[in-house]
Design a protein around this ligand. Structure first.
Ligand code: ADP
Length: 403
């Protein structure tokens, strides 16, 4: 008998969903509700490869869930709301509380609420989404899947900052990371491709999208992640600066008397690819400008590539070697230009790069190093929704005593 599982990613004004038949992992439908709360909210859903799009006022997440459920029945994806057995909700920040996905109860909700201070844009919005689904579907098994959980296996030397130790104890300031669901998916998928047990996976996974992070995975478990206390840390991103000398922040406060919100805006929304290029946060626009010889566009890629290279090479050293590098997300899956420039500089750690394979690889799975390369380099499109659905299905099976 099949089980119907939905993965949900709720933001402050959006709600992404994907419905699976498990254990077959068949996608029945997927879609996105955007601009919730505005007059012209957009409801988009794809069924049998056909995209439907409707514009209407959707006042809040509760209404969005009601419209979604009605649509699922109208399209005969389910006959009855009770056909949905489990829902996996993506939660960005699980702090040190959660090292795996859990069935939601009052205690879990209150911990996620408490952690809102560490993810003010994400955790409260996800809880609003969860409550809307819990009201509509009280009998279905609700599971929280945390973006930070995969990184709870990191050794302390890789998550404690060299600040006064009390700040770690009292204020819980430490590296939590993010994109954990994606890095875990890549690890599991590559193990399948290479036909290896998970605990033999020693790899470096690069999630390069608007947000970007690089993870070191040792013996199948997270060993280090470039994102830090928040998703602002690590490598350079679309609009985020990544790691910078912390004294710059103190200097800017003193010099310009920024408010915390203003400075947060500079570091999160005006830096990175957008900040250096002055053109766009989208690497496609900046690549076009670089091809036309725009000096700041060229500099943007020089900095971007240098950050990625130093992180990969650093993690190689930290782990005492690795067997493979994986690229994913918008840039990692599509930009042969960035992949080539990164890989060219990684000969020192055994990368023999195939220009031909790289050029042909776009948005699909495959090898971009040569067959002889000591270090294998792959492109694997990430699938966070499937990972969330797998975890929700696991919790559902546990609840129903199914093997
Ligand atoms: P996020 O979900 O973090 O916003 P995505 O993984 O969707 O990010 O990645 C979006 C980014 O991927 C875009 O901002 C763009 O920079 C980059 N991107 C997408 N397609 C291409 C492409 N064909 N070539 C280069 N960069 C691309």
């Amino acid at each position: 008998m099949s089980t119907i599982v939905m993965s949900v990613n709720a933001g402050s004004s959006s709600l992404k969903f994907q419905v699976f038949r498990m254990p077959e992992e068949e996608v029945l439908t997927q879609g996105n509700i955007e601009r919730i709360g505005l007059e012209d909210s957009i409801f988009g859903i794809t069924v049998n490869g056909k995209k439907l799009k409707e514009t209407q006022h959707i006042a809040n997440h509760g209404e969005a869930v009601k419209i979604l459920m009605d649509k699922l029945m109208e399209l005969k994806i389910v006959n009855d709301l009770n056909d949905i057995d489990a829902i996996g909700h993506r939660i960005v920040q699980g702090g040190s509380y959660f090292d795996h996905s859990v069935k939601v109860d009052e205690d879990v909700v209150s911990k996620v609420d408490e952690l809102a201070a560490l993810a003010p844009l994400h955790n409260p919005a996800a809880l609003v989404g969860y409550r809307a689904f819990a009201d509509a579907l009280p009998d279905c098994v609700h599971t929280f899947v945390f973006d930070t959980a995969f990184f709870q296996t990191m050794p302390p030397e890789n998550y404690i900052y060299p600040l006064p130790y009390e700040m770690y104890l009292t204020d819980k300031i430490r590296r939590y990371g993010a994109h954990g669901t994606s890095h875990k998916y890549l690890t599991h998928r590559l193990a399948e491709i290479q036909n290896k047990p998970i605990d033999e996976m020693n790899i470096i996974t690069c999630h390069l999208g608007g947000g970007a992070s690089i993870a070191a995975v040792k013996n199948g478990r997270a060993f280090k992640i470039s994102m830090g206390f928040t998703p602002l840390g690590g490598i350079m991103m679309g609009t985020r600066c990544g790691d910078i000398d912390p004294a710059i922040i103190v200097y800017l406060f003193r010099k310009y008397h920024y408010t915390p919100d203003e400075l947060d805006d500079v570091l999160n929304k005006k830096s990175g690819v957008l900040g250096i290029s002055g053109i766009s946060s989208d690497t496609r626009d900046v690549e076009a400008a670089a091809r036309d010889g725009n000096k700041r566009a060229i500099l943007t890629f020089d900095i971007y590539v240098s950050r990625v290279v130093e992180t990969i090479a650093g993690y190689y050293g930290l782990m005492g070697g690795a067997d493979a590098i994986v690229f994913t997300a918008g840039i990692g899956e599509n930009s042969d230009f960035i992949r080539r420039n990164v890989c060219k500089r990684l000969k020192c750690i055994g990368v023999e790069f195939s220009d031909q394979r790289n050029k042909e690889m776009r948005g699909r799975e495959g090898l971009i190093s040569t067959d002889e390369s000591k270090m294998k380099v792959y492109v694997i499109p990430t699938n966070e929704e499937l990972m969330i659905a797998r975890d929700a299905y696991k919790v559902w099976k546990h609840e129903h005593n199914v093997e």
